[in-house]
Ligand binder design. Sequence first.
Ligand code: NAD
Ligand code: GLY
Length: 367
Amino acid sequence: MQTLTVDLGERSYPIYIGAGILSEPYLLKRHLAGRQVAIVTNETVAPLYLEQIEQSLSGCESVSVVLPDGESFKNWETLQLIFDGLLQARHDRKTTIVALGGGVVGDMAGFAAACYQRGVDFIQVPTTLLSQVDSSVGGKTGINHPLGKNMVGAFYQPNAVLIDTLVLNTLPARELSAGLAEVIKYGLICDLDFLGWLELHIDQLRALQPDALVQAIERSCAAKARVVGVDERESGLRAILNLGHTFGHAIETHMGYGEWLHGEAVAAGTAMALDMSARLGWISEAERDRGLRLLLRAGLPVIPPLDMAPEDFLQHMAVDKKVLDGRLRLVLLRKLGEAVITDDFPREVLNATLRADYRALADQLGQ
Ligand code: NAD
Ligand code: GLY
């Protein structure tokens, strides 16, 4: 087992990474605030792993809350089910919420922990690749609003993150690819060496090769922990973790939550960010294509929805959390392996990016 630390002073916490660690009772139990535990999961993950985690928590006074599955349920009504479960079981301020599931469960359970009785402890047990390499680390929690993705939420850090790579064996291939979008992101924004490693190991990752998975998760979490340790509340640096997300969130909101997977929308958004960085002359076209090729090899889309007009993008992007004083800021690549957040770009370049023919680009790359 590998252990990393998210360094936030008194609120620092460990990330445990290993195969089969879900069944290690001591890992979970040492992070409980008291005797009460509420396991929040969903109807897909519950039949797979709930019993295993309940066994790890045997001896505790535990309640399980099973939510409906899907991004379209990441809303107030579903959040309320968590509070219902906690109150019906009379959980007090020393309860600990355990989030067992992907990013949707993790974001909602974390937000519930931030709100319940003004804040209780919580532990992330992420079960998708995307949640293991990104959403379970760093304390962003929340829900969607019909007008904007993740628009209601709180920064609220977990007490621990427990990543069992074995759970990925049941993950559908499309979901695995979605997680790879966030893994590739780390290479593009801050770790050129990792990008090269990914180019060599992408097929092994898609084949769930255990050593490759542990390495990819470890390097991704280490990158995220570094950034969060410097800028927990996204006053600057942390925004680089959103490469491709402004375009991607626009796709998710426009298409209706759940139609495109979050990682798929991020992949198409990353293709757009790569293209815009190339148009600005910050990276070469060959470097743009290098990024696109890796996304394609990971089984990800690089073509935004064909029925989405530039105006649709602009309308949704105007409510992005990175908009400040009415100015749109984007995460772009100053060079390959180095991201910046900037509002300093000619509007024509953005417009050209939104109008670009990504299908032709993908065709050129031989897909
Ligand atoms: P998800 O939570 O919807 O999970 C994807 C699907 O896989 C679901 O159907 C789920 O039930 C199923 N599943 C989960 N684990 C499984 C397993 N081991 N075996 C079989 N099926 C399994 O999606 P996701 O990609 O994990 O997360 C996306 C969400 O995360 C979005 O809402 C996004 O906004 C959020 N997010 C948050 C952050 C953050 O920093 N908080 C970062 C990135 C993404
Ligand atoms: N996923 C972006 C962040 O955690 O900041």
